[in-house]
Design a protein around this ligand. Structure first.
Ligand SMILES: Cc1cc2nc3c(=O)[nH]c(=O)nc-3n(C[C@H](O)[C@H](O)[C@H](O)COP(=O)(O)OP(=O)(O)OC[C@H]3O[C@@H](n4cnc5c(N)ncnc54)[C@H](O)[C@@H]3O)c2cc1C
Length: 496
């Protein structure tokens, strides 16, 4: 059977993959494309995670697409509403017709002679091959096989239920039960108040505290503006306001960390009262934005603590026991259910093995170009969002840039676009500079970023806007070329 061919092959039908489909069909409409999705569903993260209270931790005016206004009342939205938004986008723009479900991409090999990728995907236990001129990775950043659970001592002794939020049992009944949630990240602070509504008691057990900031779930100004202005205009105003506020706040955290730290802690103290030990439970030993800040809508976590349906314990696990957890301090936490909200396992380049002209690519040895292409790897881009702002802000820009590159190739009749670093003074730095455990565990396997543009990852929307939407495509680093097709070479040989 002939191998199917597309101009562009997108990996993943989550928020990024659907966005990529939209940008391709509107900005590079002459290109055919297919989306290969490993699961049987659209939506990625927002379909996979089903734990109680699942929600965004950034606002939907920036987590939503630039081209599709978020029109629901809540800015910090629940998982099902986000999934509905992604599905609607795919359906309304006919992107869903391009998706092939149950295709897990395993390998991709580039041939310069043919100027195309041969992509291998497993579908129903069989290997399927598809070729494409350009490969766009939109498969997110973590493994879908399972989250990270540390080797807890004595875990086998525990007689209750141990669950990981990434694989939430649909029938888990926690009403009236004693629950311990291990962790202090975004998932833990979401789960604790949501479970506390019906559980007997929920304890958040953390080794060390995280910065927690409360914001209203609804954005009053956005909801008012939507009544007065056309949806698109209102959306774009609020999106820009939130982008600018986020950039200002991040900069302030970097330039005046002590002041920002104090303000956050004062806000927590105002929520929990003077008698609560905010120093122990909500005062991290790192600066704001050295790790991702945790957002709680309408102070729900603090309300649960005040209502005594939830509590925070800052301590280390000595061992699991048949009835719960014994802590290093000697205290014991009784538990019917323990939730290990201990994070994700990061995945490099969507878990795909790459070769370029027969040479295996070691991701950890490559340098990222503009945070989306890779030194010496032709016609490959990946969508990797911000760590200090909404993911989609960067992905929208990445998609725009991919379309600019494709359109430039059409105009110039070139078939290959390859970033090449021949500047020996460019230093190498880790892809992400977050101190969180789940990031640190994975960084050695990730590509590196360079010390200067265009190899530097700025985590800054304004700089990326300039670099991806407005900067010249021909920058002397992204090389456009036209390797001779194999058939031409054979003809030349014959003629000689
Ligand atoms: C619980 C949770 C909450 C989050 N909240 C926020 C938030 O509020 N704001 C924010 O900015 N970010 C948040 N994030 C990060 C979030 O993942 C992104 O915002 C966004 O959803 C990522 O979209 P994506 O399409 O890039 O990746 P995903 O949502 O991970 O989707 C990737 C898709 O690609 C598929 N795929 C992956 N590899 C392959 C392969 N090799 N072959 C075929 N298919 C493949 C997967 O099956 C999946 O469907 C959150 C993450 C989690 C886990």
């Amino acid at each position: 059977m002939a191998t199917e061919h597309f101009d562009v092959l997108i990996v993943g039908a989550g928020l990024s993959g659907i966005g990529a489909g939209y940008h391709l069909q509107t900005q590079s409409p002459d290109r055919s494309y297919v989306i290969l999705e490993g699961r049987e569903a659209i939506g990625g993260t927002w379909d996979l995670f089903r734990y109680p209270g699942i929600r965004s931790d950034s606002d939907m005016y920036t987590l939503g697409y630039s081209f599709k206004p978020w029109t629901e009342a809540k800015a910090i939205a629940d998982g099902p509403s986000i999934l509905k938004y992604v599905r609607e986008t795919a359906r309304d723009y006919g992107i869903d017709k391009h998706i092939r479900y149950g295709h897990q991409v395993k390998a991709a090999s580039w041939s310069s002679e043919d100027a195309r990728w041969t992509v291998e995907a497993v579908q129903g236990g069989k290997m399927v091959r598809i070729t494409a001129n350009f490969l766009f990775l939109c498969g997110g950043y973590y493994s879908y096989e399972g989250g990270y659970t540390p080797d807890f001592p004595g875990v086998d002794k525990f007689k209750g239920k141990l669950v990981h939020p990434q694989k939430w049992p649909e029938d888990l009944d926690y009403a009236g039960k004693q629950v311990v949630v291990i962790g202090s990240g975004a998932t833990a602070v979401t789960l604790v108040p949501a479970m506390a509504n019906t559980a007997g008691h929920v304890t958040m057990l953390q080794r060390s505290p995280t910065y927690v900031v409360s914001r209203p779930a609804e954005d009053a100004m956005a909801n008012k503006l939507r009544k007065w202005l056309p949806a698109k205009l209102a959306y774009s105003i609020i999106r820009w306001r939130n982008v600018l506020f986020g950039m200002w706040f991040f900069r302030l955290a970097r330039t005046k960390p002590a002041q920002v730290k104090q303000n956050i802690i004062d806000m927590v103290r105002a929520q929990l009262g003077p008698d609560y030990d905010v120093g122990k439970h909500f005062t991290p030993n790192y600066n704001p934005w050295d790790q991702r800040l945790c957002l709680v809508p309408d102070a729900d976590l603090f309300e649960a603590i005040n209502a005594k349906t939830a509590s925070v314990v800052t301590d280390h696990i000595e061992t699991f026991t048949p009835t719960g957890i014994k802590l290093k301090s000697g205290e014991e936490l009784k538990a019917d259910i323990i939730v290990s909200a201990t994070g994700l396992r990061l995945e490099v380049l969507n878990g795909i093995k790459f070769t370029v002209d027969g040479r295996a690519i070691d991701a950890s040895q490559t340098l990222g170009y503009k945070g989306m292409m890779y030194d010496g790897v032709p016609n490959l881009a990946s969508s990797f969002g911000y760590t200090n702002a909404s993911w989609t802000l960067k992905c929208d820009l990445t998609c725009e840039y991919v379309c600019r590159v494709l359109n430039h190739m059409s105009r110039t009749g070139t078939r290959q676009a390859t970033p090449r670093n021949d500047d020996p003074t460019i230093g190498q730095e880790p892809w992400l500079d977050f101190s969180s455990g789940y990031v640190q565990r994975a960084m050695e396997k990730f590509p590196k970023q360079g010390s200067r543009a265009p190899w530097k990852l700025h985590q800054n929307y304004a700089r990326d806007l300039m670099s991806l939407r407005y900067a010249k495509i021909e920058d002397g680093v992204l090389e456009f070329s036209n390797p001779k097709p194999a058939v031409v070479k054979v003809r030349e040989k014959v003629a000689a």
